[in-house]
Design a protein around this ligand. Structure first.
Ligand SMILES: NC(=O)c1ccc[n+]([C@@H]2O[C@H](COP(=O)([O-])OP(=O)(O)OC[C@H]3O[C@@H](n4cnc5c(N)ncnc54)[C@H](OP(=O)(O)O)[C@@H]3O)[C@@H](O)[C@H]2O)c1
Length: 265
């Protein structure tokens, strides 16, 4: 990896640049954006920044497409040639086959990181349809963990892992409010919940158990946990979680179809 263009220096583009600079200090990065403010932010990270997408692509061998899907057609109209470039799209929804037909002469790969890339804990899926590529894996390993998956899996990945940090944040907020209702100061409850969740994740990972095994370990007869679990059942929490992921998945598919149709027209 020598010369990388990051087209679209927003939340994900910025996280990618920071991680690449840290893991591969000698890499040359050209980042792009539309506003002066975006370029100044990019320059403050020590990379070259420009509004000229054509220049950025021309000067690079690896191109990361990190604009919103609805802005992709503008980028497309600005770049004269994609010939010989390796292009990684992190844009939700736009299929590899659509990208390949539009980015003539480029090798195209789709990847789906999540916002935890900011703290280098992204869980990124890379579509393996075109075969695995070591260089692209290195880019996303700098952001966290990497899973190679068939492209068909990316919509459910977007729902579970892409939207997941928002779902988990809602659950955390609910637990905190419950403790506040019982008289615990908010800050104490918040820190306690974060530590409790981190510990639960580690416990599940180390023991390799199904979550219900850990649940049953905590659930003493006539105790507090079974009372809370009964409330969760009554309120349909598990069913709500299943439907949450499923509805987000359906929306990811819907968006994909809408964008794909628009771009192909
Ligand atoms: N956020 C996430 O959690 C997440 C996770 C996985 C994948 N993604 C995908 O990553 C992409 C970016 O998401 P984001 O959350 O980072 O969005 P964002 O913060 O809005 O960033 C988008 C960036 O694209 C720039 N841009 C727009 N049009 C451009 C153009 N023609 N040329 C150059 N730059 C242009 C914008 O620059 P200006 O501000 O200067 O206009 C902005 O900095 C999306 O396609 C999304 O599906 C996001």
């Amino acid at each position: 990896m020598h010369k990388v263009a990051v087209i679209g220096t927003g939340k994900i583009g910025t996280a990618i640049i920071r991680a690449l600079l840290e893991s591969y200090p000698s890499v040359r990065i050209i980042s792009t954006g539309r506003r002066d403010e975006t370029l100044m932010k990019a320059k403050s990270m020590g990379v070259e920044a420009t509004k000229d997408n054509d220049y950025a692509v021309r000067e690079s061998d690896l191109v990361i497409l990190s604009v919103k899907p609805q802005h992709f057609s503008t980028v497309l109209s600005q770049v004269k040639s994609w010939e010989g470039k390796k292009v990684v799209s992190v844009m939700a929804g736009i299929r590899a086959s659509t990208l390949s037909s539009l980015l003539k002469g480029a090798k195209v790969v789709r990847a789906m990181p999540n916002i935890n890339a900011i703290v280098k804990r992204s869980v990124t899926a890379i579509a393996e349809n075109g075969g695995r590529d070591e260089e692209i894996e290195e880019v996303f390993r700098a952001l966290g963990t990497v899973y190679w998956v068939p492209e068909e899996m990316l919509d459910v990945w977007t729902a579970l892992v892409g939207s997941g940090p928002a779902f988990i944040s809602e659950i955390i907020d609910g637990l905190v409010l419950g403790a506040v209702e019982c008289g615990m100061p908010r800050d104490l409850a918040y820190n306690a919940v974060l530590d409790m969740i981190a510990g639960t994740v580690e416990n599940l990972r180390l023991n390799g158990d199904h979550p219900v095994t850990l649940r049953d370990l905590v659930t003493t007869p006539s105790g507090t946990t079974i009372r809370g679990l009964m409330t969760m059942e009554e309120q349909g929490v598990k069913s709500a979680l299943i439907k949450t992921v499923e509805s987000a998945y359906r929306r990811a598919k819907e968006i994909g179809n809408e964008i794909d149709r628009k771009i192909r027209d």
